[in-house]
Design a protein around this ligand. Sequence first.
Ligand code: FES
Length: 63
Amino acid sequence: MIVCVCKRVNSAQIREAVERGALDLPAITRELGLGTGCGRCVEFAERMVMQELQLLQAQAEVA
Ligand code: FES
């Protein structure tokens, strides 16, 4: 699913960036350019990053 139309960033790219250690939206923005166009994606992207971090934490707790 495309999250940032301006920079053509999809949800899989965001998930992969989080897994590589980009732990907040500024880090994702630096890596992928997300949110540096019109900015309309920022709120959704921030929620997505938080969800991905929670998922990684839950997986770490199970392991
Ligand atoms: S949709 Fe992400 S900056 Fe425009």
